[in-house]
Design a binder for this molecule. Sequence first.
Ligand code: ADP
Length: 380
Amino acid sequence: MNTPPEMTAPPEIAGVAPAPAPAVAVELRHLSHRYGEVLAVDDVSLDIIEGEFLTLLGPSGSGKSTLLMMIAGFLAPTSGHILMSGRDIGAIPPYRREMGMVFQNYALFPHMTVAANIGYPLRLRKLPRAEIRRRVDEALDMVGLGGLGGRTPRQLSGGQQQRVALARAFVFEPKVLLMDEPLGALDKKLRQQMQVELKRIHRQLGVTVVYVTHDQEEALTMSDRIVVMRTGRLEQVGPPAEVYNAPRSAFAADFLGDSNLVTGRCVERAGELVRIAVGDDRSLWAAGGCAVDATVTVSIRPEQLHIAPAGGAAADALNRWPGTITDKVYLGDAVRYRVDTGGTFLLAKRQEGGATRQLDVGAGVELTWPPERATVLEAP
Ligand code: ADP
């Protein structure tokens, strides 16, 4: 086993003031909600940053909607506080919180035209008619429905109806847009198209978005930060790449896609890296901390494992495990191999095409991976 390269700290930059703390749009402080016996949201504290696209991601029942409904003001917290600009908004009703809301079922008024639906929040706020017309037209253009203001919702497709709901949510220039699985009712292709449009609209408006989904791909592609939720608590909060590449728990690793979880004993620490003994004759280097002799689990994403024919891997790789392919699955643009590395089975995903030739089941291979792409998970 090679030793890790020396870790050097980044040089200090003299005379540069630290960046100012980002402005907080909404502050959640020790927020809980209980439905009878069920503690749906359990002591959640979080700063939602102005202008960010924040996604609440978690399985069904993890408390995402309950948390969103409390922010919107439709549900009162059992305990805890919600602050905007430092002010507790607990006593402020939903329609005065300056938050737009989009649900999965579009909740449009069926008897009103599209323009009247979008203009509704502006009429509530008693804006002059000419101003309403101008803003509705702008909103229609923004969601790509210019010219369709005279139709009723029934004369629109599902995707178009959701655009109307979106326009109605942002037309009054709310500080925060709350969206609960807004694309959940659309088919995959339309959903992906709407994801791109939602991101564009978020950029153009510069509004703070809190977005609920159970779809990890959607969360990874759209968010500035992801909040992974589990049974009412925040499991992990961070930018998509961080949550994906450095999950803190087996739950987060597993929920954000396939992951190899390897358990072993911590035997050595060197800078930011640790060496984990797996079984009697293998060890691996990973990023993170652990006490020597502690039993730990390491997460490695399948696409971080480089698979090469036996003898074909870089000789100086810090992590190099031989193995045998036991299965392979063709995924369209990639192939996922299952490799037996002496009792530990690992999944390795490789893009195929061009010069790379598919490897066969039964073939002897070598797996290599950078230590910083293997993450030691926190103990559960
Ligand atoms: P998610 O949005 O992540 O699917 P929810 O916030 O809807 O989760 O639900 C969190 C938990 O609260 C679940 O256990 C759910 O069964 C429960 N729950 C949600 N709404 C109610 C309700 N109106 N009455 C009782 N229990 C509820």
